[in-house]
Design a protein around this ligand. Structure first.
Ligand SMILES: Cc1cc2nc3c(=O)[nH]c(=O)nc-3n(C[C@H](O)[C@H](O)[C@H](O)COP(=O)(O)OP(=O)(O)OC[C@H]3O[C@@H](n4cnc5c(N)ncnc54)[C@H](O)[C@@H]3O)c2cc1C
Length: 533
């Protein structure tokens, strides 16, 4: 059995930022289920929101975030994260991050991007590959820290949390460690730590169409749920309005910054249809744009709509959006000459493991930071480019808070049992795993998408219960594998989304239902909280 002062699950912006700070105070393991850079973070294009310009203010950033959040943000959390942003951006700059700059009246300043819902230009970026640059900067620094006590365990998948309650110490429940599948050996290891940090990102893969990479299977939320931790607001799944529509393009996002720079959404008749839905037109917040596209597609029977930025100079587009330009060109679309075909796709999990602004969960010894956590920053709808920021700020605060906390002192620590596994390997049954994967993702897309009804949600709920029963049987009988573990987690997270959606009897932010189309402010219900405990 291994033992560390801090165990971090996930190597995105949240996990790595935390690990770099924690490494100054003790031994750290960073556990990640693929290679280090296989994260949502590395795919982020637009950038990080932070007030840096004299024309902007913290007050405006707070106001824009609250407005996007449709009445569900925690204002104190929003204020904390917005005002601490400049200090955390400075941390990144000190690691060597070079955000794009421009020359203004003889001096250099940040070249700020504009995105939907922001009243000012405030998004720091590195062309359209911001996330990749951040991930590289953090991983390089981690490489330097490894001699100083950080173990980066790649191809290791966290399976389940070990808690005192599960071992029969219900009166003093806390997190004691974690089981981790070493994909190289196929063995499940036991790792002890009284400071476990989940930084496992989101759950986009629960939907058929998503902008997220394959790692985004909701593992953190599912593990926390099984450990009895409180989960919040899972009905608020953000659909990004503009994912490239091409039969061979897997999940390629066309950044909101394209609309920020003047891109106009048009329907198949070439009309600027967003003017009919919102006075802000193509730059309305994401939930409004995604719903408008959904309605426009359903109304016209077309397969997609189009994002038109052809009126901008060719040189500007190539320089500002090199990644988007090259990728579209590979699929035969020249964005400088023709509109880009786009559709909405699942993008961001606004809910997650309920935490305070320091990432503390309802289970002592367990923190959740980044997209997996639900601090109250995003409310019912995330403001673009606030998520990388949340990962940075909450990682820093989580580390500071842990260092202040008194650690449990047991003369004889509770002994942790080794993993018990079904030892049958039945490759013939693999088809069941793949079939169930597809079924969950398809049913979530069809029944639990951008526009919902109670009837469709109930249908999804009944199907998911059956699938969960089947998966449970599999789980106990066969040797665990990454595919099986991810399937189990996807099914759990899908059921949590459906249960949360069914319990919210109103339309608010990202949750829109035809059965309750109005926002219910008279009997205002804050967070949707689910707990197994
Ligand atoms: C295409 C795209 C563009 C985006 N653009 C922006 C943007 O411009 N600005 C912005 O603010 N946000 C953006 N986002 C959202 C943002 O990228 C994410 O919210 C953020 O990067 C999440 O960071 P994280 O550290 O919480 O998780 P991630 O970066 O997703 O990292 C999660 C980590 O956990 C690991 N992991 C998961 N489960 C397990 C397990 N069971 N065991 C071990 N390891 C596990 C993964 O392998 C990965 O290393 C974008 C997202 C996408 C997909």
């Amino acid at each position: 059995m291994k033992e560390y002062d801090f165990v971090v699950i996930g190597s995105g912006i949240a996990g790595l930022s935390f690990a770099l700070k924690a490494a100054k105070h003790g031994s750290v393991a960073v556990i990640t289920k693929r290679k280090g850079p296989d994260t949502n973070t590395a795919w982020a294009q637009g950038g990080i929101a932070c007030v840096t310009s004299d024309e902007d203010s913290f007050e405006l950033h707070v106001r824009d975030t609250l407005e996007a959040g449709a009445g569900l943000c925690d204002e104190n959390v929003v204020r904390t994260i917005v005002t601490e942003a400049p200090a955390r951006i400075q941390d990144l700059v000190e690691l060597g991050m070079q955000f794009d700059e421009r020359e203004v009246c003889g001096h250099r300043e940040f070249d700020l991007g504009r995105e939907g819902g922001h009243s000012k230009r405030r998004v720091l970026h590195v062309r359209d590959v911001t996330g990749k640059e951040i991930e590289n900067a953090l991983l390089s620094e981690l490489g330097r820290s490894r001699n100083g006590g950080v173990d980066l365990l790649e191809n290791h998948m966290a399976v389940d949390l070990i808690t005192a309650a599960k071992l029969g110490y219900a009166a003093e429940d806390r997190c004691l460690g974690i089981y981790v599948l070493d994909e190289n050996s196929g063995k499940v290891e036991t790792i002890r730590s009284d400071r476990i940090v989940l930084a496992t990102g989101g759950c986009g893969k629960v939907y058929l169409y998503t902008t997220n990479p394959d790692i985004a299977t909701g593992d953190g939320v599912a593990m926390a749920w099984r450990a009895g931790v409180t989960i919040a607001n899972m009905e608020f799944v953000q659909f990004h309005p503009t994912c490239l529509f091409h039969p061979k393009a897997k999940s390629f996002l066309i950044s909101e910054a394209v609309r920020g720079e003047g891109g106009i959404l048009r329907n198949n008749r070439g009309e600027d249809f967003m003017q009919r839905y919102d006075p802000r037109g193509s730059l309305a917040p994401r939930d409004i744009v995604a719903r408008a596209i959904d309605a426009e597609i359903k109304r016209s029977g077309a397969q997609c709509v189009f994002l038109d930025i052809t009126d901008k100079p060719v040189e500007f587009l190539r320089e500002r959006f090199p990644n988007i330009y090259e990728t579209c060109l590979r699929f035969g679309i020249d964005m400088t000459k023709q509109p880009i075909p786009v559709v909405p796709a699942a993008h961001y999990q606004c809910g997650g493991i309920k935490t305070d602004v320091n990432g503390a969960t309802s289970l002592p010894g367990l923190s959740a930071i980044g997209e997996v956590g639900c601090t109250g920053l995003h409310g019912a709808n995330r403001l673009a480019s606030n998520s990388l920021l949340e990962g940075l700020v909450v990682a820093h605060r989580a580390c500071e808070a842990m260092l202040q906390e008194r650690r449990p002192s047991r003369v004889t620590p509770i002994s942790l049992p080794e993993w018990q596994s079904g030892d049958v390997q039945n490759v013939d049954e693999l088809v069941v795993i793949y079939h169930n994967w597809d079924e969950i993702r398809r049913l979530m897309w069809d029944y639990v998408g951008i526009v919902r009804t109670d009837k469709r949600l109930q249908r999804a709920s009944a199907r998911l219960r059956n699938l969960q029963r089947e998966i449970r049987e599999f789980y106990w009988n066969f040797t665990v594998s990454v595919d099986l573990l991810e399937l189990r987690n996807l099914a759990t997270v899908a059921a949590l989304i459906v249960d949360s959606a069914l319990s919210r009897k109103e339309s608010r932010g990202l949750h829109y239902t035809l059965d309750y189309p109005e926002r219910e402010d008279r009997q205002f219900r804050r967070d949707t909280l689910l707990s197994r405990g």
